[in-house]
Write a protein that binds this ligand. Structure first.
Ligand SMILES: NC(=O)c1ccc[n+]([C@@H]2O[C@H](COP(=O)([O-])OP(=O)(O)OC[C@H]3O[C@@H](n4cnc5c(N)ncnc54)[C@H](O)[C@@H]3O)[C@@H](O)[C@H]2O)c1
Length: 290
């Protein structure tokens, strides 16, 4: 199980903005007590102000690059709410970008400090506390579709997110016997301040066109998936990297091809079967009225 004396208590890193904020608010709606942990204290405070349940939310200034800070935020959850049952390792940045031969070591290290080391600290100290509690728990790491293949993010970001996916899968094996579940979510293109930089109207249409599902990805799409993984409905789910991308990776490079086929005037209104190189002639049927 993942509650201690019926309490559901979560720490959400990077909860001052975007996906983290939506997740904190979603977990609060679901009855969780939540520590909003972010390096940006003003934004974290704003998240807490948006909460409909002010008695169940606290803010904690946390830089996930610091082990002391992450351990402190998770201990703070126990001190404040009496338990820790869920940690969402969500804090993130775009990090280093540019052609590989121009990327500086310090920028590479910064990217991995936030995106990978921060997640390691979150898992390490969640495990320390949850093992001592002896009541299981849920850890959710926010990775990315960029961690599943090339070309969907800057190179250092993609490498870091791939590390998060495999870190998740590896450590889930170790913690499963203790009923501590470890999962990742892999969001697609989501309209958050990380992407729109305060001007969603400039990017939302472009984002909407990146995947088959109509409309752009929203932070609450990801928050819903995280809330599922956080809670008891996901009791048998661990070691999973749940893709939430409106069909972006399902379509892959085939999307442009499928669109071309769908729009090909020569093929419109036709069905049939192509027997390939078997020597059997293909059958083409014209659909009436098309
Ligand atoms: N937006 C997308 O399209 C998208 C897609 C895939 C994955 N993600 C991932 O989702 C997560 C959330 O991103 P978002 O889109 O909501 O971005 P966002 O910029 O809106 O929010 C990220 C939050 O993380 C915080 N943060 C950054 N560095 C931190 C640190 N060192 N310590 C503590 N907090 C820190 C920021 O202050 C901010 O509040 C990230 O891990 C990101 O990589 C986003």
């Amino acid at each position: 199980m993942s509650d201690v004396d019926g309490q559901q208590v979560a720490v959400v890193t990077g909860a001052g903005s975007g996906i983290g904020r939506a997740t904190a608010l979603r977990l609060l709606e679901g009855g969780f007590r939540v520590v909003v942990a972010d390096v940006n204290e003003a934004n974290a405070a704003e998240t807490a102000e948006l909460a409909a349940a002010p008695d169940r939310v606290v803010v904690r200034a946390t830089d996930v690059r610091s082990e002391e800070a992450v351990a402190g935020a998770l201990d703070f959850a126990v001190e404040t709410f009496g338990a820790l049952t869920c940690v969402v390792n969500n804090a993130g940045v775009g990090g280093a970008f540019g052609p590989i031969h121009t990327i500086e070591s310090g920028d590479w290290d910064y990217t991995f400090e936030v995106l990978v080391r921060g997640v390691f600290y979150g898992i390490k100290h969640a495990a320390r506390i949850m093992l001592a509690q002896g009541a299981g728990g849920s850890i959710v790491n926010v990775a990315s579709v960029a961690g599943l293949g090339g070309g969907l993010g800057p190179v250092p970001y993609s490498a870091a997110k791939a590390a998060v996916v495999n870190l998740t899968r590896s450590v889930s094996i170790e913690l499963a016997p203790e009923r501590i579940r470890v999962n990742a979510v892999c969001p697609g293109a989501i309209s958050t301040p990380l992407v729109h930089r305060g001007r969603p109207e400039r990017v939302d249409d472009k984002l909407a066109a990146t995947q088959p599902w109509p409309g752009h990805g929203r932070a609450d799409h990801i928050a819903s998936a995280i809330a599922f993984l956080a809670g008891p409905d996901a009791e048998f789910v661990t070691g999973e990297a749940l893709v939430v991308d409106g069909g972006l990776t399902a379509a892959g490079p085939g999307r442009a091809f499928a669109e071309r086929l769908n729009n090909d005037p020569g093929l419109r209104g036709m069905s049939g079967v192509n027997y390939g190189s078997t020597g059997v002639a293909s059958v083409v049927r014209h659909r009436a009225g098309e």
